[in-house]
Design a protein around this ligand. Structure first.
Ligand SMILES: NC(=O)c1ccc[n+]([C@@H]2O[C@H](COP(=O)([O-])OP(=O)(O)OC[C@H]3O[C@@H](n4cnc5c(N)ncnc54)[C@H](OP(=O)(O)O)[C@@H]3O)[C@@H](O)[C@H]2O)c1
Length: 252
């Protein structure tokens, strides 16, 4: 029997991580690199990407806005230039404008859908041909509690994240027969830039912690295991799933 630990070994794989300048994407880039992957970290804030990848031989960055449709072909070339086309794509870039249903603007709606849903789809679509030639690929999208739950100020964000759930299943339907799995992680509450308004309000943060089965909110390293699983050979027969990493928030 092969060493079961090799199921999680990412040596020889190339991983693209969007949203790598901050929060869960930043952590994802670090952990995939630790697991042996060559990592391309993508976001707009170049200084943060530089700090993340500095001194790492097997990691580099691309500073770009994923919503820039006119630049997509160029972006795909820039991503593949250092290490070749990605075998693994982690779509951690995301925005939450928290506009209420009464006040949401067209601009807020469009940006949310564009960053959270449209750009991840078309970026993936552009990279699928290279994955097909290798008959291997891992796509990891980021869903949310709001994939299935309505929160105040979540009309645009929740709509985008519900759609991420369905996009994940549709990607799985389209591409899994080529060895390319598509799954999503649905985080509970993790302290990042995105959730600063939640964690700045201790009463609200504690209420969310109490809503979980485990009794606390997430720590960034709680994401390491689920992410490695979905990015590696270990999950080869798992596709089209939203794995909630929420301490049991949605279980009760
Ligand atoms: N934290 C949580 O509790 C939680 C819960 C549920 C779901 N999620 C989801 O998990 C993912 C990561 O969230 P996070 O909490 O880590 O958020 P975060 O700390 O705010 O990070 C968001 C990332 O997205 C990047 N980004 C935003 N717009 C972009 C654009 N147009 N082009 C390229 N990059 C862009 C940002 O980088 P730049 O500003 O440098 O571009 C940043 O790196 C998101 O999809 C989020 O919806 C998070």
């Amino acid at each position: 029997m092969a060493d079961p630990r090799s199921l999680f070994d990412l040596s020889g794989r190339v991983a693209l991580v969007t949203g790598a300048s901050s929060g869960l994407g930043h952590r994802a880039a670090q952990i995939l690199h630790e697991a042996g992957a060559k990592v391309v970290a993508l976001a707009r804030k170049e200084a943060d990407l530089q700090a993340l990848t500095e001194g790492l031989e097997q990691a580099t960055y691309v500073a770009a806005d994923i919503t820039d449709r006119g630049a997509q072909n160029d972006l795909v070339s820039r991503i593949a230039a250092p290490f070749g086309a990605p075998d693994i794509i982690v779509h951690a870039a995301g925005v939450n404008r928290r506009q209420t249903a009464d006040d949401v603007t067209q601009e807020g709606w469009d940006q949310t859908l564009e960053v959270n849903l449209t750009a991840p789809f078309f970026l993936t679509q552009a990279m699928i041909p290279a994955m097909k030639t290798k008959s291997w690929g891992r796509i990891v999208n980021f869903a949310s509690l709001q994939t299935t739950r309505a929160f105040p100020g979540g009309i645009a964000y929740g709509s985008s994240k519900a759609a991420v759930g369905q996009m994940t299943r549709a990607m799985a339907e389209a591409w899994s027969c080529h060895g390319i799995t598509a799954n999503a992680i649905g985080p509970g509450f993790f302290p990042t830039e995105l959730t600063k308004p939640v964690f700045d309000d201790p009463e609200r943060a504690n209420r969310n912690a109490a809503q979980t089965c485990i009794g606390r909110n997430g720590r960034l390293d709680d994401m390491d295991g689920p992410l490695l699983f979905l990015c590696s050979e270990a999950s080869r027969f798992v596709t089209g799933q939203v794995l909630m990493v929420d301490g049991g928030f949605t279980a009760k």
